[in-house]
Design a protein around this ligand. Structure first.
Ligand SMILES: Nc1ncnc2c1ncn2[C@@H]1O[C@H](COP(=O)(O)OS(=O)(=O)O)[C@@H](OP(=O)(O)O)[C@H]1O
Length: 504
């Protein structure tokens, strides 16, 4: 049996974040395909000129209908808590700091600002009424008085420092959607405004375009860039507008504070996110739910073959093999040694020049598991490799690597402290005692505990398990694969995370 690597030997980073893109991308392309198919079938079914005219008319109407739908859906998002205009509070001109101003912004305008890929490059909305009390520019650590103020260009941004109160960072397939729906029911909690996509993806998908925008605006100082990004992030929440709405509606100035959150389960598997969150909203707490990595993988596999048509033909074993292969030969990674100590080599697949020839299909039992590179070199040798997705049918839908919790947790522990600003939850607790976990999160975030009227139900349970069940052999294989990492996780989290006790 091989010895486990010590913690010092653990790799400090995984491939760059582009290895972990959001699955929204694939969904989007599926939708576009569907629309195109729809258009094609409309065209081909019309042969005569009249019919073509009719079809074109219909197509035109359909396109107009689609546009109207999209406009009204966007309006719905924006109008949900407010009327046709948004009153942006805590916003005033910097030359007029002491005067509380209410800017009226057309919903369309604000909607555009809400869309991070189209973050406006013109001068933004904000400057503050409260900036004279605390200007913490440059320190970014001190955020007393529940207010944080920063400036960029002529703009001063003021935000309440409990926005967002918490961020659910993962892991993917750990019941985060269920929790999101429970929190939605809480009278003092607002989630992000991007309700239709459910996941904000602010610190991963939107990040690079924001940096570009900041650069285009001439913001060179890191503190200014951060301030601009913070302001953009705040458009997701709009707590103050909602409170103001309620105040006006209820004629009551003494309303309880509102708490906000977002969930993006892919954050945990991205080495950049912890630092970005600390940079922009250091007051936010993060919630992490850990699920048995083998069950997590299987759950993701079911989701992947449901969402991505092209991948349906592949078995879980196919995908695991392709990922292992890419890890080893594309990224030059190695995994922790198998506890079984059953090392195999790829020598038999190499020609005289030591070039790798085509590899036969591996079953879980014979996937090559030689580990010529010591674990501390597990990182890909060059950062730019992260640009490339895995070869094979897997594309960017990585399954295995997301289950390497010990590696990922170490990135987060550089910026967060468990039980202080990071709460780690065992998924099996969520399953067996949902109410208790729900309340634990509220207490951790200092949010008043409101008991739900109804029992907290499972959400979006995928009933297609039986369609392609996880075989015992594959389960066993995966357990072996994850065992060293789970042992490292235990070392990081304490013995209550003993993999054996957890049944991992
Ligand atoms: N209340 C509750 N308790 C425990 N587990 C629950 C709960 N509700 C849903 N689920 C299961 O969570 C899995 C989906 O997780 P996520 O919502 O985090 O998925 S996602 O990352 O947002 O795609 C998915 O797991 P699988 O069924 O194994 O695929 C859901 O069934």
């Amino acid at each position: 049996m091989k010895e486990l690597p010590t913690l010092q030997e653990l790799p400090s980073s995984l491939p760059s974040p582009s290895l972990f893109p959001s699955r929204r991308q694939s969904r989007k392309s599926v939708n576009v395909e569907n629309i195109n198919k729809h258009r094609k079938s409309n065209n081909s079914s019309n042969s005569s000129t009249n019919m073509t005219h009719n079809a074109l008319e219909k197509l035109g109407l359909f396109v107009i209908f689609l546009c109207l739908c999209s406009i009204s859906v966007n309006h719905l998002i924006l109008l949900e808590e407010s009327e046709s205009v948004h009153h942006v509070l805590h916003v005033s001109n910097s030359s007029n700091r002491n005067k509380r101003q209410e800017l009226t912004v057309p919903a369309n305008d604000l909607q555009q600002r809400n869309h991070f890929r189209d973050v406006p490059s013109q001068q933004p909305l904000s400057t503050s009424t409260l900036s004279s009390t605390t200007t913490l520019m440059g320190t970014h650590r001190s955020f007393g008085n529940n207010i944080y103020t920063c400036t960029y260009g002529n703009t001063t941004v003021t935000v309440p420092t409990h926005t967002p109160t918490f961020i659910m960072i993962g892991v993917q397939k750990s019941g985060t959607t269920a929790l999101l729906t429970y929190f939605r029911e809480h009278p003092q909690i607002l989630e992000t405004k991007k309700k239709f996509t459910r996941e904000a993806h602010f610190f991963d998908t939107s990040w690079n375009s924001l940096i570009k925008k900041a650069k285009a605006m001439g913001l060179t100082q890191a503190t200014e860039k951060n301030c601009y990004i913070l302001e953009t992030y705040m458009y997701l929440f709009q707590t103050e507008q909602v409170l103001e709405q309620r105040r006006r509606r209820q004629g009551n100035d003494d309303l309880p504070s509102l708490f906000t959150f977002e969930k993006t389960p892919s954050y945990f598997a991205n080495p950049m996110i912890a630092q970005r969150i600390q940079q922009i909203v250091p007051w936010s707490k993060v919630i992490l739910i850990l699920r048995n990595p083998t069950d997590r993988l299987y759950s993701q596999y079911k989701m992947t073959i449901k969402d991505v048509f092209d991948l349906r033909k592949y078995s879980l074993e196919d995908m695991v093999h392709h990922e292992l292969y890419a890890m080893k030969y594309q990224y030059n990674m190695t995994t922790a040694p198998l506890l079984l100590g059953e090392e195999e080599t790829l020598a038999e697949y190499r020609d005289d020049n030591n070039t790798l020839q085509s590899i036969p299909t591996f079953t879980p039992q014979n996937v090559p598991f030689n580990h010529p590179i010591p674990p501390h070199q597990w990182t890909p040798p060059h950062k730019s490799l992260g640009k490339y997705t895995d070869h094979g049918p897997l594309g960017h839908h990585i399954l295995l690597r997301r289950g390497l919790y010990s590696i990922q947790l170490q990135w987060w522990l550089k910026h967060f402290t468990i039980d202080d600003n990071m709460l780690v939850i065992d998924y099996s607790d969520l399953t067996s005692n949902t109410q208790e976990v729900y309340e634990r999160i509220l207490r951790f975030c200092n949010i008043p505990v409101v008991t739900q009227n109804q029992e907290l139900q499972k959400v979006r349970a995928d009933e297609r398990k039986d369609h392609r069940p996880l075989s015992n052999t594959t389960r066993h294989y995966l357990q072996q694969f994850y065992a060293p990492y789970n042992a490292q996780l235990e070392a990081l989290l304490g013995h209550h995370w003993n993999a054996q006790k957890l049944g991992w």
